[in-house]
Design a protein around this ligand. Structure first.
Ligand code: TYM
Length: 330
């Protein structure tokens, strides 16, 4: 079993990133089945983030920020491998090789490509188009079997499976077909301002960022949209806004949704929102306190990333040798 995932350094992470992805990484690390020898691989995928406009002067800080978020959330660098994608050159190399067997039509179908092309009309670059192949390279380079991500990345993992199949058929069995692992609930956290849209930093008002102050969190939750009727009931079709807030409450508190519904029986949205804000503030306070320790010691974080890249490089080199042999390059 090989578990791998990654996040782009494109700005402050929000609770969608945390509840959809990082939280399940920590749970995997703390589960009984966790294999201490192999651990999990968590990448800061900087090469992916170059496909949208960015400020080169800020890039190093943004990379370090994501690494600090991983560590502050509880990812243990002794048990896992944490590194920066561009530090292991094999990612870009394998991506090119896999591009030569990836049909254009498949890439044209990708929802994220279509969305981002609409958002960035002035910068629809070839990297944005080939983005899912680089993600396939990240995954296949380590012969990954499980990819814990949010729902929006499932289509990319599906494409990775197809690329793996294609490669295996053409050049001989090499890659396992990785499976997407989603949170049972929370695989898609929705925006606080529009429950029909996923929480995304492109709509900051609808996001709770991991670094938001207590006051900001309380304000954002207070002004979050609600549905008609006063009942606190989970019903994604008729009450999408309250269902989203219940999911967030459930994931942060560990309480089941029926239990939360019962606690707020005959109480209004106001009480429920205050309770939700308490739970979110409490959880993010712990995260923010942890993060401060790493912020004070960026050298330690850099050291962790260097050691991680070394560990990853070894596996990456082995895979590349096998791939190149099979493709007739050596
Ligand atoms: P990225 O950086 O956009 O998002 C990081 C993770 O956060 C999850 N996520 C959400 N989950 C639930 N609700 C939301 N509103 C929400 N918003 C974001 C994403 O699903 C993701 O798990 N292409 C990837 C990064 C990547 C990668 C990889 C992932 C590159 N190589 C290899 C896994 C394996 C991406 O853009 O994620």
């Amino acid at each position: 079993m090989r578990i791998l995932s990654g996040i782009q350094p494109t700005g402050t992470l929000h609770i969608g990133n945390y509840l959809g992805a990082i939280k399940q990484w920590v749970e995997l690390q703390n589960s009984k089945n966790f294999d201490e020898k192999t651990g999990c691989i968590f990448i800061v995928v900087d090469l992916h983030s170059l496909t949208v406009d960015y400020d080169p002067k800020q890039m190093q800080k943004m990379i370090l920020d994501v690494a600090m978020d991983y560590l502050a959330a509880g990812i243990d660098p002794k048990k896992n491998t944490i590194f920066v994608q561009s530090h292991v050159k094999e990612h870009a190399e394998l991506s090119w090789l896999l591009q030569t067997i990836t049909p254009m039509g498949e890439l044209e179908r990708m929802t994220q490509y279509k969305d981002k092309s609409k958002q960035n009309k002035e910068n629809i670059n070839a990297g944005l188009f080939a983005y899912p192949v680089l993600m396939a390279a990240d995954i296949l380079l380590y012969k990954t079997t499980i990819v814990p991500v949010g729902d929006d990345q499932a289509q990319h993992v599906e494409l990775t499976r197809e690329i793996a199949r294609k490669f295996n058929n053409k050049f001989g069995q090499t890659f396992p077909e990785p499976k997407t692992q989603l949170q049972k609930s929370g695989a898609r956290i929705m925006s606080l301002t529009n429950p029909m849209q996923k929480m995304s930093k492109s709509i900051p008002q609808g996001c709770i960022f991991l670094t938001d102050s207590e006051q900001t969190i309380r304000e954002k939750i207070k002004t979050a949209v609600t549905d008609s009727g006063k009942e606190i009931k989970f019903n994604e079709t008729n009450k999408p806004a309250i269902s989203n807030l219940l999911t967030i409450y459930h994931l942060f508190s560990g309480k089941s949704i029926p239990e939360i519904e019962k606690n707020y029986e005959n109480k209004g949205y106001g009480d429920f929102k205050t309770g939700l804000a308490d739970v979110v503030v409490d959880n993010l306070r712990k995260f923010q306190e942890n993060r401060k320790k790493f912020e004070k010691d960026p050298e330690l974080v850099k050291k962790i990333l260097t050691q991680g890249a070394k560990k990853a490089q070894k596996i990456a080199e082995e895979t590349m040798e096998e791939v190149k042999k099979k493709m007739g390059l050596i």
